[in-house]
Design a protein around this ligand. Structure first.
Ligand code: SF4
Ligand code: SF4
Ligand code: SF4
Ligand code: FES
Length: 949
């Protein structure tokens, strides 16, 4: 079921929202539009297209090209229709002989300074200059090409994804405005004046040397071939397109995958996509080449031990072998000796099938998902306080926020398209509080400066949140009416007594949090009294031993100030991977069936038992860390791991490697021989998001379609492989399309009752709950009452982590992400994105570096209580003294060799964000890195020598 949509129309100038309407006449036709609308847009609505070059409806009108001139009765001259707002009773003419002459004259000037090589130009047929010249009937150019011109201007090919060919530039400034208004980076300017005006990145730098973050907004906005994707230059124009959803982060941007033959030649962000509204970042926009990378494994393989070469086998043999091995293990070691890990990178339908396979086919509940190691505390914390394990708003809601609190999240790196929305609102005047150990970009970005940056010591989030609540309560800033109407009164009274205690005062926690009390007080007052206040948080909140407590502390703050249940407010987890929300929704946790319903509930179990024709084990299964511990103990012997690279992403790598090495049968379904697959006995080739149908659910609960753009390289979509395995295990599944899996999910899950592929095709995307009560979905949750009824103020006692700095390990390591790389890097490392981040480095404050004699670029050993690794040092004041920081995108960096087994008390989410370490100069890789390199080489050899068999 391929979907082809016409690209959205361009109305020339942005839509205006006004309660007042204005009626006018355009070329004799009456049209009524909201006040503030431009004459150009009003004309378009009346079916009249006024020629234009510098206008596009994603950017504010600029009025530079003078092609869109019109005549307006009572007005002198020829006003530009893009910058002229409509007035009641206006009479506009867009097509007269004098206008045609004027417009042609302007076009002649442009064309006389433009290469006339349309036939060989990469934008031929997709160029607004060419179209407008044709529209105006331009046949000849009177001015000739002999005079001064820009035809010899140099190309900038520094960016790996697009080329800037200055000779084709008409200086319409759309690129500059896109970089400012859409992306918010301000990397481009127009330098010089008049004829000498040129577009310039930075101060006359190459794009790669400038502040440019390669989002591609300027490329999309450019009406000529001046800024063109290199893939289009190489392959030519696309022939058709399919609308789908980005497979990287939890923003869930909609894209038009543009295809020539069976090659994707461009990913264009979809204007109608509700999560991104036509914007993108460097990952979704450009980093799709991994799907056809030579490292892809396209045939199933098996081996008896990880010291043997792989044998390439048929799908039938691989599936039959896996089923046989799993049954043998269960016969020998019991029903609970096998399990599965599903991935937040896979579709809803895929993760639903994996949990069904485990519960109905394996006969146990040993299913867990990688959300365990990122946002499981969000699920627990928000369910406990508000009653639903999900964020409360749509991304667009931030346009109504007056105060934004960003905590433990770095949106410009990890959720860039949401960051652009946020930055737009901040430039409009919303206030900003950042709570983060590190100076993230938002603290001081172009035209943005955080009002407060609370540089909390890693591990002290709960103390900061409690102190903020303490200030609000002790200064009487809470929303009493909201609390009285919406929250559990007895529990609130209990909590009030708890939070009033002087031990939560900012002054009392100043030493443990490292946040100056006065700053904290002022930030709390701003959050409570600054108007609509919204909280956005990320893994810097959840990945702690008190992750769940911090999430509850955040929900408490929102309830306390009445900042929940309308636009512009709320509690918003920024999810790392594309389908973290969906994988949790789909019942991937060992204690919950789809829709967050506990296994112990007999009625829910009965529902699934009837649908699946089995009886279900009411006992929760093993979580990921339990599976690994049990593997080392010898009780857990078989694992089906779909799309998740636990050997790189999970903490305490050496422990994970030992567990994987102890398994009798490890089955990995993935695109590449990732770190986990190096320990596997069965490799089932996976399909990239371009090769399958399904849905992803983003951080705002938005279910968006993933549509097949090209055939699966290995012949099967991932859900088909799970289905084959289920059938081989005697657990019948008989779907012929993932839409049928979604129909089953909708039948069994109240919050998904109204979701179907037909509805998604019709509406583009849907935010759950979507059911009889909300047939078009739910952008804002908890509007009149909380899902749990009354809001619950959980007690959030601050208990410092066991992981403390001391003389032996005096620094605290915290981790995060970088824009160009994604998670374990398996995809982005196989694209030109590595140009920006070829290795992980250790950020260290100049003071700590100096104490250790460490200079920029030195190799440094990082020793924790569980292991050590070696990285290059980057001296940076983004981290405070006593804190060091790294990313985890490259396997050999071994960031997780040093992270510990500490985890969240409620959910076991690992404490990635706090590891006590010592740092010292070294001259060679760590022992683990040396061993790992050897192991990698051996595994690559075994792959290279794989034989048919
Ligand atoms: S690069 Fe493109 S968008 Fe920018 S000024 Fe030139 S023609 Fe306009
Ligand atoms: S790619 Fe994005 S960041 Fe770079 S110049 Fe263009 S709009 Fe600005
Ligand atoms: S990585 Fe995230 S922000 Fe970037 S295009 Fe994909 S979904 Fe959008
Ligand atoms: S489109 Fe109106 S001046 Fe350029």
């Amino acid at each position: 079921m391929l979907q082809f949509y016409e690209p959205a129309r361009d109305y020339g100038t942005p839509k205006k929202a006004s309660t007042q309407s204005v009626s006018l006449l355009i070329d004799g036709q009456s049209v009524t539009v909201p006040a503030g609308t431009s004459v150009m847009r009003a004309a378009f609505e009346a079916g009249v297209k006024v020629p234009r070059l510098c206008a596009t409806d994603s950017l504010d009108a600029f009025g530079s090209c003078r092609v869109c001139l019109v005549e307006i009765e009572g007005m002198k001259g020829y006003p530009a229709s893009c910058t002229t707002p409509v007035q009641p009773g206006m009479v506009v003419r867009t097509q007269t002989d004098s206008l045609a002459r004027l417009r042609r004259n302007v076009m002649e000037l442009y064309i006389s300074d433009h290469p006339l090589d349309c036939l060989t130009c990469p934008a031929n047929g997709d160029c607004e200059l060419q179209d407008t010249a044709a529209e105006l009937g331009l046949r000849e150019v009177r001015y000739g090409f002999a005079g001064a011109n820009h035809l010899g201007a140099a190309k900038d090919t520094s960016n790996p994804y697009f080329t800037f060919d200055a000779s084709r530039c008409i200086v319409c400034s759309r690129c500059v405005r896109a970089c400012e208004e859409t992306q918010g980076t301000f990397a481009l300017t127009i330098q010089g004046r008049g004829f000498d005006s040129v577009v310039s990145a930075g101060q006359g730098e190459a794009f790669m040397a400038s502040e440019c973050v390669s989002c591609g907004a300027c490329v999309k906005a450019c009406p000529t071939a001046t800024l063109t994707e290199n893939s289009i230059i190489e392959h030519g124009k696309p022939e058709h397109s399919v609308v789908t959803t980005c497979a990287y982060c939890g923003v869930g941007c909609a894209f038009r995958a543009e295809v020539k033959g069976s090659t994707v030649v461009r990913m264009t962000p979809e204007k109608e996509g509700r999560a991104n509204e036509g914007h993108a970042c460097v990952k979704g926009r450009f980093a799709f080449g991994y799907a056809t990378h030579r490292d892809r494994i396209a045939r199933p393989m098996i081996r008896d031990s990880i010291d043997e070469p792989w044998r390439i086998v048929s799908w039938e043999e691989a599936i039959g072998h896996t089923a046989r091995r799993f049954r043998e293990i269960q016969q020998q070691h019991g029903r609970n000796s096998i399990g599965a890990i599903s991935s937040s990178r896979c579709t809803n339908e895929e993760v639903y099938l994996v949990q069904k396979l485990v519960r109905a086919g394996f006969g146990n509940n040993n299913i867990d998902t990688c959300a365990r190691v990122c946002h499981s505390p969000t699920g627990y914390g928000l369910k406990t306080t508000l009653g639903e394990s999900a964020g409360t708003q749509a991304f667009a809601s931030v346009a109504h926020s007056d105060v934004v609190l960003v905590m433990g999240a770095n949106p410009t790196e990890a959720h860039p398209v949401f960051a652009s929305r946020l930055k737009r609102r901040l430039r409009q005047g919303a206030r900003l509080i950042v709570i983060d150990p590190r100076v993230i970009e938002l603290v001081d970005a172009p035209h943005i400066r955080a009002d407060y940056h609370l540089a909390v010591r890693p591990g002290a989030n709960v103390a900061v949140l409690n102190a903020m609540a303490h200030v609000i309560v002790s200064e009487g800033l809470q929303d009493k009416a909201f609390i009285a109407a919406r929250c559990d009164q007895a529990q609130f009274a209990h909590w009030l007594e708890f939070i009033r205690d002087p031990r939560h005062a900012p002054e009392a926690v100043e030493a443990s949090t490292a946040v100056p009390a006065q700053q904290l007080r002022e930030a709390a007052r701003l959050y409570a009294t600054g108007g609509n206040a919204a909280i956005y948080y990320g893994l810097g909140v959840t990945e702690h031993s008190q992750g769940s407590t911090a999430v509850m502390g955040i929900a408490n703050l929102a309830m306390l100030t009445g900042n929940i249940g309308r636009e512009g407010v709320g509690v918003n987890p920024l999810r790392g991977q594309n389908n973290v929300q969906g994988s949790c929704d789909m019942g991937s946790f060992p204690h919950e069936l789809p829709g967050y319903r506990h296994l112990s509930d007999a009625a829910t179990r009965g529902l699934f038992e009837r649908e699946w024709g089995v009886s279900l084990d009411p006992e929760p299964g093993m979580r990921i860390p339990n599976m690994f511990d049990a593997a080392i103990d010898g009780d857990f012997r078989g694992l089906y791991c779909q799309g998740e690279d636990v050997a790189q992403s999970d903490p305490n790598t050496q422990h994970i490697q030992a567990a994987l090495g102890a398994l009798d049968c490890l089955v990995v379904q993935d695109l590449f021989l990732n770190e986990t697959a190096k320990f596997a006995h069965v490799f089932l080739p996976g399909a990239s998001f371009l090769e399958k149908n399904g849905t992803f659910t983003n951080a705002e609960r938005r279910i968006s379609p993933v549509r097949k753009v090209m055939p699966p390289l290995a012949g099967k979509e991932d859900w088909e492989v799970t289905q084959d395995l289920a059938n081989a295990l005697g657990c019948p599944m008989n779907y012929s399309h993932p839409s049928q899996i979604m129909d089953e999910i909708a039948r069994l899950t109240p919050s998904f009752r109204g979701v179907s592929y037909a509805r998604l095709d019709q509406l583009g995307s849907l935010q759950w709950p979507c059911n009889e009560r909300a047939p078009e979905g739910t952008p804002t949750m908890h509007v009149d009452q909380f899902v749990r009824g009354k809001g619950f103020f959980a007690l959030t006692e601050f208990i410092p982590t066991q992981e403390r700095a001391n003389r032996r390990f005096p620094l605290l390591l915290t981790t995060g992400r970088i824009l160009s790389q994604y998670n374990v890097g398996a995809q982005t490392r196989r694209t030109a994105n590595s140009t920006w981040h070829p290795e992980d480095v250790l950020e260290i404050h100049p003071h700590d570096a100096q104490e250790r004699g460490v200079a920029e670029g030195d190799w440094v050993g990082i020793q924790s209580r569980v292991g050590n690794t070696v990285l290059r040092a980057r001296i940076s004041e983004r981290v405070r003294p006593g804190v060091v920081y790294t990313t985890f995108h490259h396997p050999l960096s071994g960031a997780n060799v040093i992270t510990t087994d500490n985890s969240d008390w409620a959910t076991n989410c690992p404490e990635y964000k706090v590891t006590a370490v010592q740092v010292s100069r070294v001259t060679e890789p760590s022992a683990w890195q040396a061993r790992q390199q050897q192991f990698d080489r051996r595994q690559q050899q075994l792959l290279d020598t794989a034989t048919p068999g």
